[in-house]
Write a protein that binds this ligand. Structure first.
Ligand code: ATP
Length: 749
């Protein structure tokens, strides 16, 4: 790989497009002061991505663009293109020619192109670093910068050497790893913080899920309890329903039968009551008989009295007539009076008119008799006639009475017979009624009993209806808690007989158990702890697991990064030390060559450096309060000149410094040759003898690196294969001309 050409357009003094072809190992650029030679070196820095305006002698981007002259207008853009021959594919890309271009505008915008395709600066840097063209620009030694490495601090020197050794890549890798590590550690912190944040949520959700799981197990338990309970209840209810129905039907039938029987018995009793006309007749007959008997007795008494009176009349007729002043026996008067009193009293109480009349005529007759007896016999004949007539009348009356008595007795006999018949009839009817009453009584009490039993069945039916409602309610309530599982109870295997044989208290115990479980389940379920929580829990756990995994990955990648950094540091350290050894060998050789003796070497040293903390200042005194020590590696250049006792670089002359610098630069380039090396008047301070040596070294170095030298030195020019002359005319534009060596020496002056 080598630089083929450099095209400059609008960059600094190169207002017009100028193309440098670098076909030989050493190309020289010559020209008078201020003609624009260094601008070429800067164009090379520029196109390779240099970001420091200072290193291109500018303050603003605009300073890099042709700024115009009296005769030529300024330009708005500057473009530089460097083309590499990549046939050996040193650049790891599949092009035989690699053209890198950079274009800037006055607005400071910058564009990069790789083979005309727009790319990022990063892509350019990566591509160049792959061929050991580092950012520190150690391969482009600017004018007056040759001894920069001697003037630098030990630490900067180390950096330059590392760059020259191609070790920058390790620094980048380390820095990259460190960036990644910082990012990774930040991610670790973030993941940890996220995990810490979700931890209490997971804990909370876990509890919820545990509750749900517990509820689920309760539900399963409840479902199996319900299955058995409801199945048993169903069997019980169905059996009870049938039994009650049957019982009710039977009782109703029985009641109906009893009621019919009762109605019959009652109607039987009613009939017998209606038949009481016989008893009424009997009553009437008996009454009549009584009357007749009384009449009969009365007739008897009347007969007796008539008989007495007849007897008295007969006696009176037959008795001799007593004297006029016959004494009236007191006894007789008393008897008569008592008799009359009694007879009249009876007549008074009787309503029978004929009887009363009879009594009256009898009393009259007696009183007549008595009067006759006491008045004395006015005429016995009259008295006898009267007596006879009276007797006759009495006898008529008596026979009439006897006749009436006979007729009465006849009637009485007839009535008696009737009464007896009636009594018989009634007796038989009474017997019949007694049977009906007994049956009626029995049926009534049976009816009563049946009604009672029916009402009990009715009560049980009502209770049963409540049980059925409770059963449905139980299914409904259970459904709320265990869902469709509640519908499974009909499939519960259970022997009906043994289920019915079980005491109800067992079922009651089951119900209580269900009730307790329901309460516990409701307690757990609280509000609605449904599948949402489980889903959220699973998602959160998954997220936590993801974070944990991520954290693990991050930690392991952080660990790998640390390990990588350590390895890189070790490699860097190793290669650095190895590189120093190699450089020292070359350095010593070149030095000896330049100075004809003496020695030179790079020495790595560690210095303890006070590190100041910017963050913790003692404000009063304005000095850092916290200091810590840190080891720092640096490079010192140790030299000893032949025949001279030199202590330190600062004691060297300008030429000696230049020689030492050149020796070191060449040594560095030799150990790790860059693809090309630009040396801008590095030889300026050399005398003729040293110029010769310098020329030899340049020639030697060109075996490893392509050299572009800007020089005024004849000796150096003489080593170049191609010489470009740069001139600047009145228009202040740098112009390029390819010239012969002889011309070159002329132009250079
Ligand atoms: P010497 O031999 O003295 O080192 P040189 O050949 O290296 O000189 P340069 O330093 O490359 O010369 O060129 C400097 C010239 O470039 C100056 O004349 C300066 O005016 C010119 N120049 C620098 N920047 C611009 C710009 N932006 N526009 C126009 N001309 C510029």
């Amino acid at each position: 790989m080598r630089v083929k050409s450099l095209e400059i357009s609008g960059f600094k003094s190169f207002a017009r497009k100028s193309i440098f072809e670098f076909d030989t190992p050493i190309s020289a650029i010559v020209g008078p002061n201020g003609s624009g030679k260094s601008n070429v070196a800067e164009a090379l820095r520029f196109v390779l991505g240099e970001q420091s305006l200072k290193s291109m002698r500018g303050k603003r981007t605009e300073d890099l663009i042709w700024n115009g002259s009296k005769s030529v207008e300024r330009q708005n853009r500057a473009k530089v293109t460097i083309t590499f021959d990549n046939r050996d594919h040193t650049f790891p890309i599949d092009y035989n020619e690699v053209a890198i271009a950079r274009e800037i505008h006055r607005d400071a915008s910058s564009e990069y192109f790789l083979n005309d395709s727009s790319v990022r600066l990063k892509d350019i840097i990566e591509l160049l670093s792959s061929v050991n063209i580092g950012a520190s620009g150690h391969h482009i030694i600017s004018q007056g910068e040759a001894d920069r490495i001697l003037n630098s601090s030990p630490r900067d020197r180390r950096e330059m050497i590392e760059d020259a050794l191609g070790l920058k890549i390790y620094h980048w890798k380390i820095a990259e790893s460190e960036r990644k590590l910082i990012k990774t550690e930040e991610n670790v912190r973030q993941s940890e913080s996220l995990r810490r944040e979700i931890a209490p949520h997971i804990k909370f959700l876990k509890k919820q899920v545990e509750k749900i799981e517990q509820a689920r197990s309760f539900r399963d338990e409840l479902a199996s309890l319900y299955n058995e309970y409801l199945k048993r209840e169903e069997i019980y209810l169905s059996y009870t329903r049938t039994t009650l129905h049957k019982e009710k039907n039977e009782l109703e039938a029985e009641l109906k039968t009893a009621e019919e029987g009762l109605a019959r018995a009652e109607s039987m009793r009613g009939v017998n009551h209606q038949d009481s006309k016989e008893s009424a007749e009997l009553l009437r007959v008996r009454g009549e008989l009584g009357n007749m008997r009384r009449e009969h007795t009365e007739l008897g008494r009347k007969q007796g009295r008539l008989e007495g009176m007849i007897e008295y009349e007969e006696r009176r007729l037959s008795a001799p007539v007593e004297s006029e002043n016959k004494m009236i026996p007191v006894e007789e008067s008393k008897n008569l009076a008592e008799n009359l009193y009694e007879e009249l009293g009876k007549a008074e109480r009787s309503e029978d008119l004929s009887y009363i009349r009879g009594v009256i005529s009898a009393v009259r007759a007696r009183v007549g008799q008595f009067l006759s007896s006491i008045r004395g016999d006015a005429g016995v004949a009259e008295r006898n006639d009267n007596a006879k007539r009276e007797l006759e009348k009495l006898r008529d009356e008596h026979s009439a009475l006897s006749k009436a008595q006979g007729e009465l007795e006849n009637s009485m006999n007839k009535l008696d017979a009737r009464a007896k018949e009636l009594e018989r009839v009634l007796e038989s009817k009474r017997a019949e009624t007694t049977d009906a009453e007994r049956i009626s009584f029995e049926l009534r009490s049976k009816k009563q009993e049946l009604t009672l039993r029916l009402s009990m069945v009715h009560d049980r039916n009502e209770y049963f209806a409540r049980e059925e409602v409770a059963f449905k309610e139980e299914i409904r309530e259970g459904g709320i808690l265990i869902g469709r599982l509640i519908q499974d109870y009909p499939n519960f295997a259970l022997d009906e007989g043994s289920a019915l044989a079980e005491p109800r208290s067992e079922q009651e115990a089951r119900r209580k158990k269900i009730e307790r479980l329901k309460i516990r389940l409701e307690d757990i379920m609280g509000g609605d702890a449904g599948s949402d929580v489980v889903k959220e829990y699973e998602e959160t756990v998954a997220r936590d697991e993801f974070l944990a995994k991520e954290l693990e990955d991050l930690k392991s990648s952080a660990e790998s990064l640390r390990k990588l950094m350590q390895e890189l540091n070790e490699t860097l350290d190793g290669q650095f030390k190895e590189g120093i050894l190699k450089i020292n060998k070359q350095f010593s050789e070149f030095f000896t060559l330049m100075f004809g003796g003496g020695s030179a070497s790079l020495q790595v040293f560690y210095e303890k450096k006070k590190k100041r903390s910017d963050t913790d200042l003692n404000l009063e005194e304005g000095i850092p309060t916290e200091e810590e020590e840190e080891a720092e590696e640096g490079i010192e250049v140790a030299i000893s000149l032949p025949h001279k006792k030199i202590r330190g670089l600062q004691m060297l002359s300008g030429g000696e410094r230049a020689l030492t610098s050149i020796a070191l630069l060449f040594a560095m380039s030799q150990v790790n040759p860059p693809p090309f090396l630009v040396l801008d008047e590095t030889d300026a301070a050399l005398d003729e003898a040293n110029s010769k040596k310098y020329g030899d070294m340049v020639q030697n170095l060109s075996k490893y690196s392509q050299l572009i030298v800007i020089t005024h030195n004849r000796e150096t020019m003489s080593r170049a294969g191609v010489i470009y002359g740069i001139t600047m005319s009145a228009d202040a534009i740098s112009k390029l001309l390819s010239i012969k060596f002889e011309e070159a020496t002329q132009i250079a002056k």
